[in-house]
Design a binder for this molecule. Sequence first.
Ligand code: HMG
Ligand code: MG
Length: 287
Amino acid sequence: MSERVEIFEVGPRDGLQNEARLIPTAEKIALVDCLSRAGFRRIEVASFVSPKWVPQMADSGDVLAGITRAAGVRYAALTPNLRGFEGAVAARADEVAIFGSASEGFSRANINASIAESLERFRPVAEAALAAGVPVRGYVSCSVDCPYEGAIAPEAAAKVAAALLAMGCYEISMADTIGRAAPEGIEAMLKATLEVAPADKLAGHFHDTAGRACDNIEAALGLGLRVFDAAVGGLGGCPYAPGAAGNVATEAVIERVERLGFVTGLDRAVVAKASAMARKMRTGETA
Ligand code: HMG
Ligand code: MG
């Protein structure tokens, strides 16, 4: 039997947070409802961050309230601090994510804290989530390259991953935030991280600026990773990572991993429909 690769759909959050146009809540809900029919187990739909920092995510509570929840799908939200966690719980997010960085420059630009300060801020969020029985995921941004500092030492990424794991994160998603990494860089970063975390606790979150994200996924597959974040239609980017393009497109990941003999359990026709909706949202046409 073919081995499974899970795609964690992040388009409604990572994709839409960076769109210049403020997308109406109803369009976001329609996209999530379409994605809910595609076979994903996890979809990141919201972000309880400062609306001054990321205005595009200000309606996260309304999105979570408006979606039609499908059985077996967990709807996830980013939570940078306890206030965000409380918002996510009130909106009935099924899981939350804390998001750190392997580079000081990006940590400061993205969440206004040093790496050490951010970890101290995340600790009570992880504790509250665990106490409430809410699964908490961790991100390590700029695990290979940083828009402010250039190349990042693999050990720096591994150190943050280890800290997030020790806080109780059930999985750590290692991000190529600016999408410029090559497979060799991903391999070096993952080899260091695998010293502190088993492959089944790691995911890959690769943006596709340089068009190498699928090659990077292939490199990560070779090291045992089986979970990858992606966004329908290749939506996205991070407002605090200048020049970063979107996440790797979900449909491209399906194509690549299925060609390599893995199964995703996803309905390609539904994914294509969601992708068309996402592309229209980007251009401002009515979805
Ligand atoms: P700060 O200014 O250091 O914190 O921001 P603060 O506590 O002084 O709060 C500043 C203001 O935000 C205050 O409002 C707070 O009330 C409010 P004001 O008094 O100015 O009116 N505030 C909040 N509002 C709503 N929800 C909250 C919240 N917390 C504070 N939870 C903070 C620190 C973390 C809040 C800020 O830096 C922030 O919101 N950053 C978010 C950045 C972000 O969302 N970036 C994109 C997501 S990360 C990403 O895309 C990378 C990823 O995809 C992986 C990868 O690709 O690398 C995950
Ligand atoms: Mg991202």
